[in-house]
Structure formats: C-alpha cells, structure tokens
Design a protein. Structure first.
Length: 94
C-alpha cells in the first residue's frame, strides 16, 4: 500500500525539495527501507552500517511516536492505507 512519509526541512534537499514522499510499504521498517533505496543519500543520515535507524532519528505514525529500539515491535507493526509517517531528527547543542 502507499504510505506518505513527511520529510523534515533539513532533509528535503535529499528528496528533491519535497515535503513528503510516497512509498510502497506495509510497515514502518519497509517504508524507511523503501525511502532509503529511492533516495540513497538518506541512508547515510538515517541508518547505521547495519541498516538500523540511528538513535537521533524519531519516527511517528500519524501522531504516535514509534519506538525505534530494536527490542520493540513498533517498526514492524502493520500500516494501513492512509497512514502517514513523520521523520523527526533530534537536535542537540549548547
């Protein structure tokens, strides 16, 4: 099914300036994987060498924050038509 992924402003240059991208996916994990396959430079920013989301990457399904901890099953939960994923990057500094 088609899932819409909202892209944060700091990553839009990697997806041709788009605010959101459609991917074919049935889970958050397959959605992120599909996004990174289509826009391969994103994988360098979002994923570690094992292909897992980096700790500062937050993912939301509609308005619910998903746990990206590998022990959690949130990344493998089934998505339904009309679901919208949002990527948010944690920012730190001082």
């Amino acid at each position: 099914m088609i899932i819409l992924i909202n892209i944060p402003p700091m990553l839009r240059d990697y997806v041709g300036g788009q605010r959101s991208v459609e991917v074919l996916a049935n889970s958050p994990r397959t959605a992120i994987s599909g996004l990174c396959k289509t826009y391969d430079k994103l994988s360098e920013i979002l994923l570690n060498k094992e292909g897992k989301l980096l700790a500062f990457v937050n993912l939301f399904n509609n308005s619910s924050k998903l746990s990206t901890d590998e022990c959690s099953q949130d990344l493998d939960m089934p998505l339904k038509e009309g679901d919208r994923l949002t990527i948010m990057l944690a920012v730190a500094g001082g």
